[in-house]
Each structure stands twice: as structure tokens, then as C-alpha cells.
Design a protein around this ligand. Structure first.
Ligand code: SF4
Length: 432
């Protein structure tokens, strides 16, 4: 059997979207992958295997029967929820938004419980940011705050940041200082020049004091040995000195910051700190987005509705209110009477109470592989895997759109085609 080698393939596991993979394909199966980390390798080798059965209420069904059942459930619902999209293409996202609007339903994505607070902060204070290419080529100071890329984005160091050799950082690690701020030692912190182990929930206080130090404001109640977030002020002064001395700094922040006490206010204060640093030098901030296209979800939702997440169409126009229209709150309050889940596994990610609420209502799920949700959903529609057997567009964590190619053939349709089919049937049902 001939082995075909595909170069510059995009890994669709995490928001780093490494686009230099080399995939070896034999007999329509990926048999080897190069230039990839462990988690990306597992996704590439197995991401198109273990397809769920196409089912309606526990019985094997054809695609046409599944589309009909999905459209019937959604058309009858008074308050349906369209949710997910973190691992599918922007083009499918767009049709999902149209469907939610036609249904006058709720619309949310996975950023609701990961980087959503950072998206809200960005709306309030903007975001001085850069691309990963600029970070690679220019950054002589990289700070990871509430992020552990050695375990979550395993090629970030070598491809974009700490160890990457760039135009103005030809020696890679030797040309950069690395700082980690986290609540516990991590594999990432072991590589840092400076590690700040901070008290959980103290990020806002720390960012506020750092701002004062950067702006040279008096701090009359604090001495050098006073603890700020559990770390002496004198240590924080070392970080401020690094910020002021660098030529190009990047602060990568993770969900340790977005989901700890303060949430969006933490990110607002961090962004303001980065803004203050720009009085002295160039410093930027960037979220370490997790799921591969969760950033694309925010992008598409904003183009289509004006809002990035937690949207309701129940009045016929988009309204935005995180906490009211967020997936977990909607489910916990019992505000949803049917759900369309696309490219995510809520049974694995959402709190138990929200999952139990979901199990009580008719649920339709589109997934390329068996998951905890496909085990009990009323309608299960297997789909091609984005980036392996379906083409389309993802958005990297730095907002750069990356085109995915189709590498494998698949007997199942892409999410985009499934959503279009359901949408047409819902429109037909509304016409009658
Ligand atoms: S760092 Fe992320 S995108 Fe890159 S190979 Fe690993 S899982 Fe894939």
C-alpha cells in the first residue's frame, strides 16, 4: 500500500494550531505524524476513528432520519439552546448562529467557562496584543501568568516563545527571560528564570501593585518585605525591573487568571498593567486559548451578532448577558427545553448539575468521535473531523485565521453540511 506524506498540516487540538505537521497516510488512515506533541499526535492518529453510530432515540438511523428528528425537536422547542463549536470550523459556526436566530434560541460557546472573562475584559479596556510570529521573532521577555503550556500547549515553548529561535532572538532560550506566575510549581515554572508562587485569588491585588510600581506611584503602607499575594514586594520589584528593561515583552495568560476570583477584573487589571509598561517599552498580552477554535467561536459570534458569547435571540434580536444567557446558568435554571450540541462534549466539561439538566431535555449532538454526551443524547449525528476529513477555517490564539485541509476521506458529512440540512428543515417546518 502506498504511503502519502502530507506536509504543513494543521494540528487541531489546542489554540496554538501548529501548522507544520507532517502526516503519513496509508489506506485512508494516518499511520505516523511528525513535528507534533504527544496530545496532538494522539488526536492526529485517532481523531477520525471511533465514530459514533447515527442514532435517533437509541435506534440506528439514516442521516435523513437524524436530520428530520433534529429539526422536529428544535422546531417544537420554546427555548432551545445552540451550544459548543470549539472544535469545528468557522463556516459551521456561522450556520449555527443562523440556526439559533431562526429558532429564537440561546447561543453560547465553550469560552463561557474558560477565556470568556478575558473576552469581556477586552471589550472594556481593549487589548495591546501581537501575533505568535512577533513573539517568536522579537520577545526577549515572556511571562506566563496562570498558564502551564508544558502540559496544555506543549509546543508553545519550542515553536513560538521560550525556546523558539527568531529574527531578533537567534539564540532562542538564551535570548529571553522567562517568568511564571502561578499558584503552584508546574513543569513550566521549572524552566523559569523567575517563579512567583502566589496565593490563589490574589491576582487582582498583584496586578494593581505592579501597576503602581511600573508607574512609580508611592506605596506608603508596603515595605520591601511586605507580602503581596504571598510574595515579598522586593521580588515584585524584580519583575517590574524586567518589564522596564526588556525590548519586547509578552504576557501569556491562562485560565488560572480568567477563572480565579476576580475573573474579568483580573484580566482588565493585567491589560492595564501591560498598557502602563508601554510607557517604558513594548509589552503585549495574549490569552492562551485552549480548544483549537474556541477563539474562532468568539470571532464568528461577534461578526454575526455583535457579541462573543452568552447570547439570546428569544426577543428576535441578539441580546448579550453573561451569567444570564451562559450555558451553565441557562441549564441550571431549567431555561432550556432542547439543545443542539456541536463539536464539544458537555457531559465531560460542564458541572454535574448542568449535565443532569441536559439529560432531562431532548439533546442533539454532532460529534466526530464517541464521547460521554453521545452515550445518551437523543439524536447522535457522526461527522467528519475538522482538519482531518473536513476543510475549513480555525482562528489561532493570536487571532490569525488558519486554513485547514481535508486529508482523509470520510463516509460522514462535515458539521457545516449537517447544520445546513437541519437549518433547511427547520425553515420548512416554520413555513408550514
Ligand atoms: S501544541 Fe497544540 S497545536 Fe501544537 S502540536 Fe501540540 S496540541 Fe497540536
Amino acid at each position: 500500500m502506498t504511503v502519502t506524506v502530507h506536509k504543513d498540516v494543521v494540528c487541531t487540538f489546542c489554540g496554538a494550531l501548529c501548522d507544520d505537521l507532517e502526516m503519513h497516510v496509508e489506506d485512508n488512515r494516518v499511520i505516523d505524524v511528525k513535528n507534533v506533541c504527544g496530545i496532538g499526535r494522539s488526536k492526529a492518529l485517532h481523531g477520525d476513528n471511533d465514530k459514533p453510530e447515527c442514532r435517533v432515540r437509541g435506534q440506528q438511523a439514516t442521516l435523513e432520519q437524524a436530520y428530520d428528528a433534529a429539526a422536529e425537536i428544535l422546531s417544537r422547542a420554546k427555548s432551545p439552546l445552540v451550544y459548543g463549536f470549539s472544535s469545528t470550523v468557522a463556516e459551521a459556526n456561522r450556520v449555527g448562529v443562523e440556526l439559533a436566530e431562526i429558532l429564537r434560541g440561546g447561543l453560547d460557546n465553550c469560552s463561557s467557562y474558560c477565556h470568556g472573562p478575558g473576552v469581556l475584559a477586552r471589550q472594556h479596556v481593549g487589548l495591546p496584543t501581537c501575533t505568535l510570529g512577533e513573539a517568536k521573532n522579537r520577545a526577549d521577555l515572556v511571562v506566563f501568568w496562570g498558564a502551564n503550556p508544558m502540559e496544555s500547549h506543549m509546543r508553545h515553548f519550542s515553536r513560538y516563545s521560550v525556546q523558539a529561535k527568531g529574527m531578533y532572538t537567534p539564540l532562542g532560550r538564551k535570548d529571553r527571560k522567562m517568568v511564571v506566575v502561578d499558584v503552584r510549581p508546574t513543569p513550566s515554572s521549572k524552566n523559569a528564570d523567575l517563579f512567583f508562587q502566589v496565593i490563589p485569588g490574589s491576582d487582582y491585588e498583584i496586578a494593581t501593585v505592579l501597576r503602581a510600581l511600573v508607574c512609580e506611584l508611592p506605596l506608603p503602607t508596603l515595605a520591601d518585605d511586605s507580602l503581596v499575594g504571598g510574595v515579598p514586594l522586593s521580588k515584585w520589584k524584580e519583575l517590574v525591573a524586567l518589564f522596564k528593561a526588556c525590548k519586547y515583552g509578552v504576557v501569556f495568560f491562562g485560565i488560572g487568571l480568567t477563572q480565579s476570583q476576580g475573573k474579568d477584573l483580573n484580566i482588565e487589571q493585567l491589560i492595564r498593567l501591560v498598557g502602563d509598561c508601554n510607557r517604558h517599552t513594548r509589552v503585549y498580552a495574549m490569552p492562551m486559548r485552549g480548544h483549537a477554535n474556541v477563539n474562532g467561536n468568539n470571532q464568528v459570534f461577534v461578526w454575526q451578532t455583535g457579541y462573543p458569547l452568552a447570547i439570546s435571540f428569544n426577543r428576535g434580536y441578539p441580546r448579550f448577558n453573561p451569567g444570564e444567557f451562559s450555558v451553565i446558568d441557562m441549564l441550571n435554571r431549567g431555561d432550556v427545553d432542547a439543545a443542539l450540541i456541536v463539536a464539544t462534549d458537555p457531559a465531560a466539561h460542564l458541572p454535574h448539575t448542568a449535565v443532569e439538566a441536559l439529560k432531562k431535555i431532548p439533546t442533539i449532538v454532532l460529534d466526530p468521535v464517541n464521547s460521554l454526551t453521545t452515550a445518551w443524547a437523543d439524536v447522535v449525528i457522526p461527522v467528519a473531523t475538522s482538519g482531518l476529513s473536513a476543510a475549513g477555517t480555525y482562528y489561532r490564539m493570536d487571532n490569525v485565521p488558519i486554513r485547514l485541509r481535508k486529508i482523509l476521506d470520510c463516509e460522514w458529512p462535515a458539521d457545516l453540511e449537517v447544520l445546513q440540512n437541519i437549518k433547511e428543515r427547520v425553515l420548512d417546518a416554520k413555513d408550514h
